[in-house]
Design a protein around this ligand. Structure first.
Ligand code: SIN
Length: 527
């Protein structure tokens, strides 16, 4: 990585001030711009305007905010910081388009979705580079995300033509009951920065397949991926007003945008992926107009390695689950429970693997761990590590910030052993590259500990005992259980959680229903 300097703890207050929206406080180095457009095969994919009713627009009052590269601190591009009134207009356009879009045949919508899928797949390299530059995940991982994101579009293109209704035998003579499915209406989508592509397609594809129109609030940290796939949606002929993307900076305008989407009576459904506290707020706001909601919120996944586990699989699993996106996924292993009999071997093998990671600029070949998204993200990992070490945990690898360019947000991938139960990492989601190893001896005890959290998104365990597979899978209080694998995410599964990880499922065979309502048509007087 060029221009490295060691960032000591004493510099943290300065780094805290280097937030991406406070232009006046940027140092000359972080003000430097990267010419991302020149690196793209198709420069048109780098959009610096929002997309409303088929038009690429600036903010009505001309306000902008800067998107920066978390690996370099450098500026990528400025995008519109839209006022609430403009979000309202986008909703109104989506509302006035829904009649024509929902009247299209499901086959027409399928054709357009498949064309969108193909356009995304034809531009994987550019889309991945844009994603890497704004989010910081390594290029190879960004490519995987683009393919994963596109798979939601092809899955729901196929589902579009399977929105079956049904008939119900009637109680009353001369009566017939038919249940049809209709699009729910205009959908607001509030999407996260950790999957700037896939969390948009996971929401947009079922909504469009169902016949809904959408207003997407692009993540403030990573709006460029949203705008790039929107440019492709426009290119393949998805009609104006069907897909709208608004961009807002963190702070006042982001809150105003969220408020508009959650309180405007023209919006029928909100789909949100993000933190549990924000989910609670959005739900409160949605109550004023009783919107349907789907919420995929925080996790605190337990990853359990029993003494009969295949350790090769368990090590692969923890690498995938823990370090994907530098630990910034909602399904990341957060608490790694290892049976006392295999604890030392597991810890030592994991440490060797983590030592072999290449940390650096994620757009460089071979880099496997990039930066975190913000200084706040780094500070949280640091707090969890320091807290655990103060309480007796041992650092096996990592445990500090590496040398890195000023204005970037790196934390070294870290393994901690002998983490005591009462540490912050046991109860809070770290959302960073920290593997915290806890020891256990009894199945009953580890299942109780795994369930001892208010959230319940994903859970992982490794064992060769088939009875235990069923016993533990059924007892874990989560929406998704992975046995002998660290990878859950696929378009064909119902993705979602229980407890305070939210409700609703994305993907899978029920995914389309999240965007449809059942309507009964009962007909009497049939002779
Ligand atoms: C998330 O972190 O919210 C989604 C992760 C995934 O789809 O794998």
């Amino acid at each position: 990585m060029p221009k490295r300097r060691h960032v000591h703890d004493s510099l943290h207050p300065v780094r805290k001030l280097l937030t991406r929206n406070i232009t006046a406080l940027r140092t000359p180095d972080t003000m430097a711009a990267e010419n991302l457009r020149s690196l793209l095969k198709d420069p048109e994919l780098l959009q610096s305007k929002a997309y409303v009713n088929g038009q690429w627009v600036d903010a009505d009052d001309g306000e902008t905010f800067t998107v920066t590269n978390p690996a370099t601190g450098k500026t990528l591009v400025d995008v519109p910081n839209m006022p609430q009134s403009q979000v309202r207009k986008a909703i109104e356009h989506a509302k006035s388009t829904i009649k024509s879009w929902s009247a299209e045949t499901a086959y027409k919508r399928q054709t357009l979705l498949l064309a969108w899928y193909s356009a995304i797949m034809a531009n994987v390299d550019d889309l991945a580079l844009i994603l890497t530059k704004e989010n910081g995940k390594p290029l190879a991982e960004a490519k995987t995300e683009i393919t994963y994101g596109a798979s939601y579009i092809s899955w729901f293109a196929a589902e579009a033509v399977r929105a079956y209704g049904h008939t119900v035998p009637a109680v009353f003579p001369g009566t017939r009951n038919t249940v049809i499915k209709q699009p729910i209406g205009v959908c607001g989508m509030i999407t996260p920065w950790n999957f700037p592509n896939a969390m948009i397609t996971r929401k947009a594809a079922p909504a469009l397949a169902a016949g809904c129109t959408i207003v997407i609030k692009a993540p403030a940290e990573t709006p460029l991926s949203a705008l790039a796939i929107c440019a492709l949606a426009e290119r393949v002929g998805i009609p104006a007003g069907v897909v709208n993307v608004v961009t807002v900076a963190k702070g006042e305008r982001e809150q105003a945008c969220g408020l508009e989407l959650t309180t405007n009576p023209l919006v029928s459904k909100i789909s949100f992926t993000g933190s549990t506290p924000v989910g609670r707020l959005l739900m409160k706001q949605c109550s004023s107009t009783l919107k349907k909601m789907s919420m995929e919120l925080g996790g605190n996944a337990a990853f359990i390695v029993f003494d009969d586990a295949d350790l090769d699989l368990a090590i692969e699993g923890v690498i995938t689950s823990k370090f994907r996106g530098a630990g910034q996924t909602c399904v990341c292993a957060n608490r790694i429970f290892v049976h006392a009999k295999v604890y030392n071997e597991f810890a030592s093998r994991l440490t060797d693997r983590v030592k072999a990671f290449k940390v650096g600029d994620p757009s460089e070949e071979g880099v496997t761990i990039g930066p975190l998204i913000t200084e706040a993200g780094v500070a949280k990992v640091e707090r969890h590590v320091n807290d655990a070490v103060e309480k007796g945990a041992r650092i096996l690898v990592g445990g500090s910030r590496p040398d890195a360019p000023e204005g970037s947000f790196f934390y070294s991938p870290t393994v901690l052993a002998d983490v005591p139960r009462e540490c912050a990492v046991a109860s809070e989601e770290t959302f960073g590259p920290l593997a915290a190893l806890f020891k256990f001896e009894q199945e009953e005890d580890v299942v109780t500990r795994a369930n001892d959290t208010e959230v319940g998104l994903a859970g992982y365990f490794f064992t060769k005992d088939i009875s235990r597979v069923w016993r533990v899978a059924e007892r874990l209080e989560v929406g998704m259980v992975a046995v002998n694998t660290g990878m859950i995410s696929q378009a064909c599964i119902p993705f979602g959680g229980v407890k305070q990880s939210g409700f609703g499922r994305e993907g899978g065979r029920g995914g389309l229903d999240e965007y449809m309502v059942e309507k009964l048509v009962t007909i009497g007087g049939i002779a």
